[in-house]
Design a binder for this molecule. Structure first.
Ligand code: GUN
Length: 283
């Protein structure tokens, strides 16, 4: 079997088009322009690339983009003051504080200072709790993008066996919650899981989010399974996923490539979350 390639780049373009359509209608019919603020502390090169890309795509969708850059030695209270200012700004509907933050800043305190209604990352404890209890929440962008691709490929996910490899707060845990919400039977596997290949072999859906290059190999994959690769690892100046693409594509029914799979969906979902936050803020 040769897997269907799930083209995240093309799918993300359709999501961005839909977002731009919503933005145009909000503006024409209600005079409202959704606004996204991205806060960056320090000069981490990877974070700078992400922040620039977020800003560009926000503007391309017709939205207002605000970038707030703070020097690496700014204090936690200075960052909290910026968050408070953005919380109070009615032209800003989404706030994202780029992670990782410098070690002297308590990231959890900063995230929980964001107005939960503007928390387009879905990292605020209130949104985490809402997602966990099946209430209306802001949903983290990367798992949301994965879910959109899975729904698009499968239609209903009800009753499928899903294995999420990785238990991070940003991807693994919210991904598992979303799949549970789709009535999958969900296993969260991690570094201490016994016989990981055997666990993964049971899965109709595999989501790999561990940050270990090419860890998942074809012999772990149930024939016909769908493989979603969240990993972005730089190896000898090339980007590779957590999945060994070549061997897995021989057994899988469908697979996301790296690059061009999950990655582009993340920013598209950030734009979609900003429009959602804007619509909720305006009733
Ligand atoms: N750094 C890497 N990924 C993310 C993300 O999804 N949100 C934020 N805020 N920072 C990140």
């Amino acid at each position: 079997m040769t897997a269907t390639v799930i083209d995240g780049k093309a799918f993300a373009a359709t999501v961005r088009e839909k977002v731009a359509g919503h933005v145009a209608r909000l503006s024409e019919e209600h005079g409202i322009v959704p606004g996204l603020a991205v806060v960056l502390v320090g000069e981490d090169p990877a974070s700078q690339v992400y922040v620039r890309s977020k800003g560009k795509q926000t503007v391309a969708a017709g939205m207002k983009s605000v970038e707030r850059k703070l020097e690496v030695d700014k204090s936690e209270s200075e960052l909290l003051a910026v968050v408070e200012e953005l919380n109070a700004d009615p032209s800003i509907h989404g706030i994202l504080v780029q992670l990782p933050l410098p070690a002297h800043i308590d990231a959890e305190a900063v995230i929980n200072a964001i107005d939960p209604a503007k928390d387009v990352d879905g990292f605020h404890i209130l949104n985490v709790g809402r997602l966990g209890t099946g209430q209306k929440a802001m949903v983290p962008c990367t798992p949301l993008g994965c879910l959109m691709m899975l729904r698009d490929h499968h239609g209903s996910l009800s009753g499928l066996d899903a294995v999420v490899i990785g238990r991070s707060n940003i991807v693994g845990k919210p991904m598992a919650q979303l799949l549970l919400g789709e009535s999958c039977t969900v296993t969260i596997a991690h570094s201490r899981t016994k016989d990981l290949p055997e666990v993964v072999r049971r899965a109709d859906i595999v989501v790999a989010a561990v940050g270990r290059p090419k860890m998942v190999t074809g012999d772990w994959i149930k024939p016909g399974a769908t493989v979603i690769d969240v990993g972005i690892n730089r190896v000898e100046d090339r980007l590779v996923g957590d999945v060994d693409y070549e061997s897995c594509a021989e057994r899988a029914g469908a697979i996301t490539p790296v690059p061009g799979g999950v990655g582009p969906m993340t920013i598209a979902c950030l734009l979609a979350n900003t429009v959602t936050a804007c619509c909720r803020a305006n009733g």
